[in-house]
Design a protein around this ligand. Sequence first.
Ligand SMILES: Cc1ncc(COP(=O)(O)O)c(C=O)c1O
Length: 368
Amino acid sequence: MSFVPANEGISKLKPYQPGKPISELERELGITDIVKLASNENPLGCSDQVKQAVAAELAEIGRYPDGGGFILKDQICAQFGVTADCITLGNGSNDLLEMFARAFVSSSDSVVYSQHAFAVYALVTQAINAQAIEVPAKGFAHDLDAMAAAIQDNTKLIFIANPNNPTGTWFEEAEFEAFMQKVPASVIVVLDEAYVEYFPENFNSLKFLAQYPNIIVSRTLSKCYGLAALRVGFALASKQVTDFLNRIRQPFNVNHLAMVAAVAALKDEDFIEQSRIVNKAGMNQLEQGFQSLGLDYVASRANFILVDVQADAAQTFNALLKEGVIVRPVGIANHLRVSIGTETENAKFLSALAKVLDLASNTVEGKA
Ligand SMILES: Cc1ncc(COP(=O)(O)O)c(C=O)c1O
């Protein structure tokens, strides 16, 4: 058999490792009652209005979706005060992240992103065989000053996540303003706001978008809106940037049921509010649990938290699997990322963690 070489970037690429699905663990260990806190999904699922909207459109499955995404763009325009020619729809925001790189970066260019940033930034950069400039994090957070200083003549794009996954760290508007003033207007800055709905008071990206035509704001319906399975994301950018993105977008990249669901999800503000409340309560529960166990964690403004398990991350992850709890090793020594679940899920995780780390005597109950 003859060897067919892939492009240089792709041949060196290590594929993205998604969180382990519940069904896989059920098959492997023959156990049920599994808690998955591995992919930053909404533990409430999705809004009932989404389910009703999808059910009402099932008969449309035989038809191609509207390639222009009219109904979804219309809702985004109404909600975010933008015009349709500033919107690019994605099959999840991963689809968009790839489009950004393909549209603006060639193999002789470089892309800047932070250490401990979302894994897909490195993957899309590598896939086009561009130079990756990974800037050391400050603590666990993006070092925006160092990132601005790392820009080279051949830098075309910068990926920034606020808050960042997997660390949950964030930055304030003043820091971002200072950063943007240092970035040449010819460099695209992707502001990835996959988790922005959880702490919306933190940052007004749309204000920056109006001020800087080189910014792309990337959003997803997979997290707080609870549509991870349906794959919907959208990007907001200048008309010119949006035009380039839509030239390479697959014509039917967002399917009809996903669009209908996204419209219903965007409209259901009560569900988002409820999701925020559950997330804040769950975050407190995990923080207090870690404190009781004597474990450090990284303060987070997302729907997950990075905890220092003071032990080998892979071994702890595997031991938790045997207890029926799926979390996520993220390539940071001794740390695991845990998505915020329901109160019951969080409690199951905390007691499994205490057990596998042999810290049961540190728990509040143990001390009593
Ligand atoms: C920072 C960040 N950006 C983008 C994504 C992609 O999400 P999706 O493709 O489901 O929209 C994720 C998912 O984990 C993420 O954490």
